[in-house]
Design a protein around this ligand. Structure first.
Ligand SMILES: NC(=O)c1ccc[n+]([C@@H]2O[C@H](COP(=O)([O-])OP(=O)(O)OC[C@H]3O[C@@H](n4cnc5c(N)ncnc54)[C@H](OP(=O)(O)O)[C@@H]3O)[C@@H](O)[C@H]2O)c1
Length: 285
């Protein structure tokens, strides 16, 4: 039976390799990316997949996307979240969020909740969050947007820890939540850097990173045979034990609600109070 698989970041790297694999196998793949260049790459390598262009760093655009996908696909079997960008310097989105936080945390929280109704209708639904699970990052509770001191690695590690908490906070009877760290995969990791770091990362990737094709089978295994447990974590094909504090997961959920509520539920306009005009009695002639 044809399954529907939504892949954010399905136009490059690991996401594209998954899009190609599953569309060649006869699944209906919907790949989301922000650029037309990515869309062309997808059409060339996975012509049966559907391309949807959306800026996933935007809360408003992500919400529009989940509404559109829910309308187009009443049943979704798998959601793979692979959209990511490494930001060497601090970048703000048009909605005022730090970009890594917007794409790695807010977007993944919104995608998983927005597509929940369609996932709930599938026979064996699964969410695969591709992330740096097990890296030991922390949430900067007093400075989530890293305004005081931005370091790209801190932003990335905070996103990885947030992914663990999003998984722990996602309570569903039926939908399996899988945190998967593909580890070091050669997907053009040098591109965001300037020389000389660019050259060093390129050499390190050539020497030590896995080719993209090798990262695909363990991820596909989660999609084909979702694990029995509601939440699992993996480093390549090996299961990981996670230490997650349920209270911290609830705290993140609360903060994300607060941060997004002005965008998701704009304040209703209170009609101005109308003061009836005071009628001055006509002056007798
Ligand atoms: N590669 C590794 O070594 C490694 C290690 C650990 C974890 N991971 C995780 O694995 C996942 C995939 O990594 P990768 O290396 O394959 O990534 P990649 O090759 O850099 O691809 C990133 C994808 O995200 C999309 N994207 C970026 N910004 C977007 C936006 N604002 N809106 C919509 N789409 C956007 C890109 O498309 P556009 O450019 O068209 O927007 C592209 O399709 C990521 O979640 C990453 O954290 C990777």
């Amino acid at each position: 039976m044809e399954r529907t698989i939504v892949i954010t970041g399905g136009t490059s790297g690991i996401g594209l390799a998954l899009a190609r694999h599953h569309s060649e196998r006869g699944d209906h793949v919907v790949a989301v990316g922000s650029s037309q260049t990515g869309g062309r790459r997808l059409r060339a390598q996975a012509p049966r997949a559907r391309f949807v262009q959306a800026d996933l760093s935007s809360v408003a655009r992500t919400t529009e996307l989940t509404e559109r996908l829910t309308a187009d696909h009443p049943t979704i079997d798998a959601l793979v979240m692979a959209a990511f960008r490494y930001n060497p310097a601090r970048v703000l989105t048009s909605e005022g969020f730090e970009h890594t936080f917007a794409l790695y945390v807010l977007n993944r929280w919104l995608m998983a909740s927005g597509l929940r109704p369609s996932l709930d209708r599938a026979a064996a639904p699964v969410i695969v969050n591709l992330c740096g699970v097990g890296q030991g990052g922390r949430i900067h509770w007093d400075d989530l947007q890293l305004e005081r001191r931005y370091r790209a690695l801190d932003a990335t590690r905070q996103g990885a820890r947030a992914a663990e908490l999003l998984g722990a906070g996602y309570r569903s009877e039926r939908i399996r939540y899988v945190l998967h760290n593909p580890v070091f995969v050669d997907t053009g990791l040098h591109e965001p850097f300037r020389q000389p770091v660019r050259g060093l990362v390129r050499v390190a990737a050539a020497l030590f990173a896995q080719p993209v094709g090798r990262a695909v089978p363990p991820i596909t295994a989660h999609i084909d045979r979702p694990p029995a447990a509601p939440l699992t974590a993996w480093r390549k094909a090996r299961p990981l034990t996670l230490a997650i504090d349920a209270q911290e997961a609830a705290r993140l959920d609360d903060r994300l609600r607060t941060l997004t509520s002005p965008i998701l539920t704009p304040p209703t306009l209170t009609p101005p109070t109308l003061t009836p005009p005071t009628l001055t009695p006509p002056t007798p002639a």
